[in-house]
Ligand binder design. Structure first.
Ligand SMILES: Nc1nc2c(ncn2[C@@H]2O[C@H](COP(=O)(O)OP(=O)(O)O)[C@@H](O)[C@H]2O)c(=O)[nH]1
Ligand SMILES: [Mg+2]
Ligand SMILES: [Zn+2]
Length: 284
């Protein structure tokens, strides 16, 4: 925990240990003074400005990963590995679901300019940083932004996160190996985010495993709000309860047909909407 007097270690106590009130990275908390053994304790968690959350294993609720973020950066490579549009959208939806501003970092532009994916994201309104963690191109502007506020970085492995963070601040990469954070594919993914103060200002939150996280727990009727290019059309479809799928006179579907980027984003919407509606019928 960071206190006005420096960094201290603290244990979780009472409410701060349980459920939605459980303290996560980025939380502002009330600490109690150290006991006679010198141990601080987190008594309670202050109300959050926003929270990056994932679905619980029962797929019904959401659980916090990190709180009070100023920005989420979705990091992908232009190639090797090829970017997966739906994965980018999944992360952007997670951020949008709690009004966390988000942008996309397109890495490895020394290998491939990544024009198609870059155009897809900018044409629906997302800020894009085109960078090469290898050659250094584009890093100054990106790092200037990372040096203020609390920024989280998430993306598929191999995209160059360790390389990028190591350019940002040598040594940081030690903290970003997802295997050490207990991430296991296929099982109930454990995600422990960590926050690191940056020497040049700002804080960086690493969120290993976020790319494998389901959107479960989001309200399907609010999903369209998480796609900024479609959100403003809500309420303008013929039916007030339009799910923007097969309903007649759907404004969202009509907008999706206007260009390739919107069509592709709309396909992500349909996939996520199906996931959200495919909740298990009974409790396990
Ligand atoms: N050509 C090129 N290779 C890169 C770039 N950034 C990272 N790499 C390489 O991509 C591979 C994966 O990078 P790494 O940082 O470990 O990815 P991570 O899994 O996201 O942490 C490594 O071999 C890096 O050297 C880049 O901008 N250009
Ligand atoms: Mg790595
Ligand atoms: Zn509609």
């Amino acid at each position: 925990m960071l206190t006005p007097d420096g960094e201290v270690r603290a244990i979780l106590r009472g409410k701060a240990k349980r459920g939605d009130d459980r303290a996560v990275v980025g939380d502002h908390v009330e600490l109690s003074r150290p006991d006679d053994k010198g141990l601080w304790a987190i008594q309670s968690v202050n109300s959050r400005r926003n929270v990056l959350a994932r679905g619980t294993p029962d797929r019904r609720r959401r659980r916090a990963i990190a709180a009070n973020l100023d920005h989420l950066y979705v990091l992908v490579a232009s190639t090797n590995p090829a970017p997966i549009p739906q994965l980018i959208d999944r992360l952007l939806v997670l951020a949008a679901a709690d009004d966390i501003p988000a942008s996309v970092i397109l890495n490895k532009i020394d290998l491939d300019p990544g024009e198609a994916i870059g155009e897809r994201m900018t044409s629906v309104g997302y800020p894009l940083h085109r960078v090469s963690a290898q050659s250094g191109e584009g890093l100054d502007a990106l790092f200037a932004q990372l040096h203020s506020g609390v920024s989280a970085v998430a993306g598929p492995s191999g995209a160059g996160k360790s390389t990028l963070l190591n350019m940002l601040q040598p040594g940081l990469s030690l903290l970003t190996n997802p295997t050490s954070a207990g991430v296991e594919r296929g099982k109930n993914t454990t995600v422990a985010a960590i926050m690191v103060p940056l020497a040049a200002g700002g804080f960086l939150v690493d969120t290993p495993g976020v790319s494998e996280i389901g959107l479960w727990g989001l309200d399907p009727t609010g999903l369209i709000d998480c796609f900024p290019e479609f959100a403003h059309l809500k309420g303008q479809c013929r039916f007030a309860n339009c799910r923007h799928q097969v309903e007649p006179d759907c404004r969202v579907r009509a907008e999706a047909a206007t260009d390739k980027a919107r069509q592709s984003r709309y396909e992500s919407y349909l996939t996520f909407a199906n996931d959200l509606n495919a909740l298990p019928e009974t409790w396990e």
